[in-house]
Design a binder for this molecule. Sequence first.
Ligand SMILES: Cc1cc2nc3c(=O)[nH]c(=O)nc-3n(C[C@H](O)[C@H](O)[C@H](O)COP(=O)(O)OP(=O)(O)OC[C@H]3O[C@@H](n4cnc5c(N)ncnc54)[C@H](O)[C@@H]3O)c2cc1C
Length: 343
Amino acid sequence: MPRDVCVVGAGVVGLASAVNILENIPDVRVTIIADKFSPNTTADGAAGVWLPYSLGNTPENLQRRWGETTFHHLETLLKTEESSTAGVTALPMFRISDDPIKEEYWSKTVYGYKQVPTGELVKLFPHAHTKYGEFYITLLCECRMYLPWLMRRFKEGGGKLINKRILDLQELTGRYDVIVNCTGLDARSLVADYSVQPIRGQLRRVTAPWIKHAVYDFTSECYAIPCANNTVLGGTTQHGNWNKKPNEVDSEKILKGARAIYPSLKHATLQHDWAGLRPGRPRVRLESEIRKVGGKEAKIVHNYGHGGAGVTLHWGCAQDTTALVAELLGEKVNFRKQPPSKL
Ligand SMILES: Cc1cc2nc3c(=O)[nH]c(=O)nc-3n(C[C@H](O)[C@H](O)[C@H](O)COP(=O)(O)OP(=O)(O)OC[C@H]3O[C@@H](n4cnc5c(N)ncnc54)[C@H](O)[C@@H]3O)c2cc1C
């Protein structure tokens, strides 16, 4: 008899979890329940650079495990005909600063990591902060394309969708064998986890097709990231700020910092400003829980709190979520290696 799993949340974390559960656990029916779908989720607004960021005290071994799995998943996609529809590309990137930049654990995951001498940086970015710098090629996963691509994969596998806001887990107990909680920042209200806090980020999308390299300036906290149809300029990292409206002060700061990197951005045309809330938490929550809800036993797997790196970790977290769901169902899980060839 097929078992029923519901995933609450259709952001990059929820959708990836739903696809992995559907494709890798035998005999399950999977339903996604969410009040927001692409293009209205957090990752739709984000640039989508593979870069572990704002992850609190999430242990390095877990960041590494989830991050590397995700990198290899995206790398596999990159080598297929699907990469353009899925929004996955390779992204050359400089990170510069007036203070020393520590080489991070993930420098071995990205391609061609190297420290760049000041002399070279000054030639390239004479108006930015260039005492120290590094260069590497990472991956870009543009969720405005990637999420619809994943959604097609979910629907073709027989997945179901319900557009609804869940106010209490009691609405789901008794109906589903396992509930997967991928509600991001809203886990705060759904499961009363007050350690979840917004980390506000504002950015601006402009038309500037001549920008070919991403640059992140640590000293000004500003960046420019070339995407398929625009260039993303950022950014802000404001802890505890719930305001989803872009404001002039942040726009000015972003523009000033981005023009210091690339003065030619003076001629870029504005597409739109956007502000989003990263689901901050002292550490990512990925664990199972059996709790009594309204007198009934609810089997839950939590997968939320990915801060500024939900895109970077999504596939690895989805695989661990799938393993936990399988365990609760008493099933074994064998991960399929490749995306389905027909997609
Ligand atoms: C400015 C900015 C730039 C960023 N850049 C990057 C980047 O370059 N790389 C990177 O890796 N990450 C980046 N991030 C972080 C990344 O976007 C997030 O970590 C990620 O999108 C979180 O995904 P999520 O699925 O957990 O949450 P969300 O996208 O917020 O999705 C939550 C889902 O849960 C649903 N939901 C919540 N509560 C309920 C409920 N009660 N009932 C029904 N449905 C519910 C919502 O409708 C939604 O579908 C950035 C974020 C911001 C703001």
